[in-house]
Design a protein around this ligand. Structure first.
Ligand code: CA
Length: 422
């Protein structure tokens, strides 16, 4: 048995079977609609709980929250209140939604509190200060090593000793539903004598999860693996768009740059660590043993089903990948401990992505690069079309959910369409 046990709960809210947004989830996000300005909401079934209305009605009066905290355009100030407070807000919402709790259920304000999710537009949940991208799936790192270096010695010597990462670009992180432009840049295929310039011909997705930090540290401070969770507010799905041809030419010797910085898309609902607690599992055994500051006790991974679908322009999607967050070699606690071990300070709203999450089987690879094996094994879509990489007009959809004992906690989706280069 893994993770914490689940106590069964019933709600009066309308939650369709298999909804990602069950009474056990209650993720936070920023929404607006034709009538309402941007504000903080909690997703439940087909509705969004408008926390600002609950607050105005005094439902949170015993929590002594700053005035107007839920009318913010990002979650940053709310998250900055600390887990003690944000946990209590989530628990209060859960309590109010319980089937036998009449205080909101039978209140005249109920219609104003419960907003239709369908009619709402989801915005960026946080203002991202800094974005870090890790490279923590051993299957992904091995596949890339096999393709571009040595099939026999695919992993570089440092890989099993440090959670490899680099500093990414925060300005181009966008919420689900925002289209991206095919990036332009330099590339030089082995067949070319000189580099050429143009729209990327190898546009790819990367299936990742990202966590959002919820507590700052001062310069010089480090976070231990034991304390790491107190610094993590929650998670989102993360599509780390990549231009493989631009990346391959530019990355030596300083690492990824324009092949990665043009866009990363995220799911808009931030699922808290509290909601994911029941789905914790042991990570893979790490060999050789890691250095002391990277050691973790207990369950550091999450059993989270992940999927990628590709929908060609105006056509039905085809599922191209089934993976799981539990495959990660390096856990999020190890990533955060490593990130801060040199004294680098973190802020509320930093985003740290896992790196492409691939599994051991060919249908669990988290990028086109791997699924179509560097273009040598084109993927067949249900429409009859083939893909080596992502075409203009394609929409890439990622989904993620955890499920146990008929309890489901999910992320919804991150969906983004590729437009031709501008
Ligand atoms: Ca990445």
């Amino acid at each position: 048995m893994s993770g914490t046990p689940i106590t069964k709960l019933e709600t009066w809210a309308e939650v369709p079977k298999n909804s990602d947004f069950s009474i056990y989830n209650l993720p936070f996000g920023i929404f607006k609609n034709k009538r309402l300005s941007p504000r903080i909401g909690v997703a439940i079934g087909v509705k969004i709980v408008d926390l600002s209305v609950l607050d105005q009605e005094g439902f949170f009066s015993d929590l002594f929250l700053p005035e107007g905290i839920f009318l913010s355009e990002t979650l940053n100030d709310f998250i900055s209140l600390g887990k003690q407070k944000t946990r209590k807000v989530r628990e209060k919402v859960q309590e109010l939604l319980l089937a036998d709790n009449a205080s909101l259920r039978d209140h005249s304000i109920r219609g104003k509190v419960m907003v239709n999710r369908k009619e709402a537009e989801m915005l960026m949940p946080v203002k991202v200060g800094d974005y870090t991208d890790f490279y923590s799936s051993i299957e992904h790192a091995t596949n890339v090593g096999k393709m571009f270096r040595d099939p026999e010695n695919a992993l570089l010597p440092n890989w099993r000793h440090i959670p490899v990462g680099y500093h990414g670009r925060a300005s181009s992180i966008i919420p689900s539903g925002t289209p991206i432009y095919r990036p332009k840049g330099q590339y030089k295929d082995p067949t070319m004598d000189l580099p050429e310039f143009g729209p990327s011909r190898r546009l790819d997705f990367e299936l990742e999860m990202a966590f959002i930090t919820g507590k700052e540290t001062k310069m010089g401070d480090s976070i231990s693996t034991k304390d790491a969770e107190e610094y993590i507010f929650g998670f989102v799905l993360f599509n780390d768009w990549s231009a493989r041809d631009i990346q391959a030419w530019e990355y030596v010797p300083l690492g990824p740059f324009l092949g990665k910085s043009f866009a990363s898309s995220i799911s808009p609902w931030v699922v808290t660590t509290e909601a994911l607690e029941p789905f914790k599992v042991q990570g893979p055994v790490q060999t050789p043993e890691v250095l002391d500051y990277l050691k973790i006790e207990g369950e550091g991974n999450y059993d989270l089903n992940l999927e990628v679908h590709i929908a060609p322009d105006g056509k039905a999607p085809t599922k191209v990948c089934d993976s799981n967050f539990k495959y990660m070699y390096w856990s999020v606690a190890q990533q955060l401990a490593h990130h801060t071990v040199n004294g680098c300070n973190i802020n509320v709203g930093d985003m740290m992505a896992s790196g492409t999450i691939s599994g051991a089987t060919e249908d669990s690879y988290g990028s086109m690069l791997e699924l179509a094996w560097k273009g040598t094994k084109p993927l067949k879509l249900d429409t009859g079309e083939e893909r080596k990489f992502i075409a203009d007009g394609d929409t890439v959809i990622m989904k993620g959910y955890a499920e146990k004992d008929e309890v489901r906690v999910g992320f919804g989706e991150v969906s983004s369409r590729v437009l031709p280069a501008k």
